[in-house]
Design a protein around this ligand. Sequence first.
Ligand SMILES: Nc1ncnc2c1ncn2[C@@H]1O[C@H](COP(=O)(O)OP(=O)(O)OP(=O)(O)O)[C@@H](O)[C@H]1O
Length: 332
Amino acid sequence: MTTSTMIRARGLTKQFTVKRERVDAVTDLDLDVEGGELVAFLGPNGAGKSTSLRMLTTLLPPTSGTARVAGFDVLADPAEVRRRIGYIGQGNSAGHAQRVRDELVSQGAFYGMNRAHAAARADELLESLDLAPLAKRSVTALSGGQKRRLDIALGLIHSPEILFLDEPSTGLDPQSRANLWQHILDLRRTHGTTIFLTTHYLDEADQFAERIVVMDHGRVIADDTASALKSTLAGDVITLGFQSETDATAARTTLERVTGAAPSVVSPTRLAVTVPDGDRVLPLVVRALDALATAALRQPTLDDVFLSLTGRSLREDATTAPSEREAEKVSA
Ligand SMILES: Nc1ncnc2c1ncn2[C@@H]1O[C@H](COP(=O)(O)OP(=O)(O)OP(=O)(O)O)[C@@H](O)[C@H]1O
């Protein structure tokens, strides 16, 4: 482990037993994160992201395997790990009826900071997270986006070297999401904080994280930059919509013959196929398929990467059509 390695996990595994059945939540997680990296953990519901985060933050003991975070072993030295990390879970940590600034100062006291030090740090964070005008407001009177920013301030009060965020932007409107991301990026730029977060929003992971770790069924199935992951799918994605599941199923053989590529099932009535030269292939596909309802051509997204790795879509609502250059309607 080099001095700047912030996370080093080897064979990290967590099994739960639910009604005598074994649940393999995380299996053999190997992970190295260097100081200053911004890593996004992606995966469908139940993939094992939160369980991984909870093991790395000492909240959950692993069934087997090891992890060192900020230089300390999560099992042997949990207190040392906690001193050096911030963790913001899915629920709100900021839930009390205290005033915003008082909540921060109390949190500092929890970490053993003296009052003057905690107050000075609270003021610094209120400023950098755009919360200064709300310092005297009761926490319960904050909006969702403001509360999430306060959560982040609470996680940062003791100046951690690494910040873990579990779905920081879930439930926020697009403007608050963009604002929150601005703050996360600023933090990294100004303090060099290592940031490890989970998200369901593929677009924000694509845009902001320099490294994407994809998890499925408790295992890491991809780990690279967004552009490297997408470039493994060199070419264009043709997405086709059908009136019925029967039509979609019947079209698969023809589609494979015309394009020379195996189609993926996006939803019961939607197929996708990746081809090197979409402009040339799309008209051939449209001519060959009678029962086609919609056809669209676009660049690959992270969802296409997941689809090609697993045969399933990462979108929570896989039946929702993508907005990008959507559907030239070709037949009814
Ligand atoms: N305390 C627990 N007891 C039993 N099973 C659990 C427990 N916590 C998680 N699991 C199971 O472990 C698996 C992984 O769950 P986890 O919450 O880590 O997934 P996730 O990727 O974070 O999902 P989401 O995106 O929905 O938050 C799931 O099958 C889940 O039901």
